[in-house]
Design a protein around this ligand. Structure first.
Ligand code: F6P
Length: 490
């Protein structure tokens, strides 16, 4: 029997724009989740029937959802859900991005935030409705054929309630349900700042799945702790080479919890970097650097990416190590993200201000120490990774971090990786990277100096080791491991 794989995620593999004449143009959706799932599905498609359910994120997406333009021949069939804008806004911006993301990344300024009153309860009702819309669509797809062959792969914190809601809708039919978190997971003491009914519902929702996955052992362990402390569920913990982390027995159902690190498809990434658009950027960046060393970062302008402390660490490097003046350029790509959330708008302003201060303080007529780029440009990002001498990845907390893995794979002359110990990727890249405490600006500045001064042979040796680690967990393997777990549990 052919397997039927249903993926559900907020952001889908395609997003639409209106052209000047009102026609719709589709382009590939961005972010680590989409890259991982799309890469994994590409390897799978011949043996499975796949469909991808996602939310319409814009008016153009909504129009496409109605024209069913989302179904492009040759690509994975996409079903975009036109969730009413007010429900979507409350669920995505007010709950998923402003509360759940903040909890899992420990981002709250706790003397002030969060505040859970009646408005939040309205947002929470919308989050439930949003999850119900996904569960309805998945059940509809699942029940359109033999359900024993269905494998539902539900992604991320937007859809924490969906596994339970789907299980209820399938009424005991034998589909396999998995949930994967691309974020970290908070320890119980922080997680329990959520209203009790919300914290419990999220865990209970995810435990509707047969298999729950995380990128790193730390996040799986914190999830198990929350299940035990918040829900009083029966938890058992294991640790083995296959990534098993434990099991949770709750409401008569056992959920397996496991670790599946997501790396990169190295051959595909290198092939993409060989294309003309990337090569043109490589040439332009190399001539802009004019023989100076390049420190590169590539991030969404995201609070947890810690761009502000990264810039302050660069300022400290220049202030304490004048030998680098005129010999280094920091290329900081900070692409727009979640501008509907006020904290993100304020953070973006802070990034711009500090970058301008650094340029004003250290720049000379012959030397621009910092180039901040805020316009998203994928080929240019690949080119920057290819020519970087140092890659700075310093999130305060990150589920995995793909840039830390793409950088070494793309590097053409060896690149020293300065990596936050709080990124999920640090669990596998610790051998080759210079690990830092992301809150310690002086330690980060010292690591930047060490990375810049690293002998070429050492830098190349470390880069090769890092690239091999990143290439060892390609999306096909990541997705295949989750499907294999569901097959085993069926
Ligand atoms: O879980 C992380 C993630 O979903 C990544 O895929 C991506 O980097 C980011 O969040 C995208 O966020 P958004 O879809 O809100 O832009």
């Amino acid at each position: 029997m052919k397997k039927r794989v249903l993926v559900a995620s907020n952001r889908g593999p395609v997003s639409y724009e209106f052209g000047a004449d009102g026609t719709l143009t589709g382009r590939r959706g961005g972010g680590g989740l989409v890259a991982g799932v799309a890469g994994g599905l590409a390897a799978l498609t011949p043996e499975a029937e796949v469909s991808w359910i996602c939310a319409a994120l814009s008016d153009a997406d909504r129009a496409a959802a109605h024209q069913r333009a989302a179904e492009e021949p040759g690509a994975v069939p996409v079903r975009m859900l036109d969730i009413p804008p007010e429900i979507f806004d409350r669920a995505y911006n007010n709950v998923a991005n402003s509360v759940l993301w903040f909890v899992q990344h420990l981002l709250f300024d706790t003397p002030e935030q969060p505040r859970f009153g009646p408005e939040f309860r309205r947002d929470w009702a919308a989050y439930r409705a949003y999850n119900e819309a996904f569960a309805d669509a998945m059940a509809d797809e699942a029940l359109s054929g033999p359900s024993a062959s269905v494998r539902a792969l539900i992604q991320d914190y937007h859809l924490s309630l969906a596994p339970r809601l789907l299980r209820d809708r399938l009424g005991g039919s034998p589909a396999g349900i998995a949930h994967f978190s691309h974020t970290p997971w908070a320890p119980p003491d922080y997680y329990r700042m959520l209203p009790a009914e919300v914290g419990e519902a999220l865990l209970d929702g995810m435990l509707g799945a047969d298999h729950v996955g995380f990128h790193a052992g730390r996040w799986a362990a914190a999830f198990l702790d929350c299940c035990e402390v918040i829900l009083g569920a029966q938890v058992s913990r294991v640790s083995n080479a296959d990534g098993a982390a434990g099991q949770v027995a709750h409401r008569g159902h056992v959920t397996e919890v496991a670790v599946h690190p997501l790396g990169v498809d190295a051959p595909a990434l290198r092939a993409r970097a060989g294309a003309g658009d990337v090569r043109a950027h490589v040439t332009a960046l190399s001539s802009a650097a004019a023989g100076r060393k390049l420190i590169v970062r590539v991030d969404r302008t995201e609070l947890s990416k810690n761009i502000v402390r990264g810039l302050i660490a660069y300022r400290e490097l220049l202030a304490t190590r004048p030998e680098w003046h005129g010999r280094v350029v920091h290329l900081a790509f900070a692409y727009p993200s979640r501008s509907a959330v006020p904290e993100y708008r304020a953070y973006t302003e802070q990034v711009r201000r500090i970058a301008a201060e650094i340029t004003a303080e250290f720049g000379t007529p012959d030397w621009n120490p910092l180039i901040l780029e805020v316009k998203d440009d994928y080929p240019r990002s690949l080119a920057a990774c290819a020519v970087a001498d140092v890659l700075l990845v310093n999130p305060t907390r990150d589920g995995m971090n793909l840039v830390a893995q793409e950088g070494p794979v793309l590097s053409e002359r060896g690149c020293a990786l300065v990596l936050s110990r709080e990124a999920g990727a640090a669990a596998t890249l610790d051998g080759g990277a210079l690990l830092v405490n992301p809150y310690d600006i002086s330690e980060t500045a010292a690591a930047l100096h060490e990375a810049l001064a690293m002998p070429d042979a050492e830098r190349r040796r470390r880069t090769e080791a890092l690239a091999a680690t990143a290439a060892a967990s390609p999306p096909a393997r990541w997705l295949g491991a989750q499907l294999a777990s569901l097959d085993r549990l069926a």
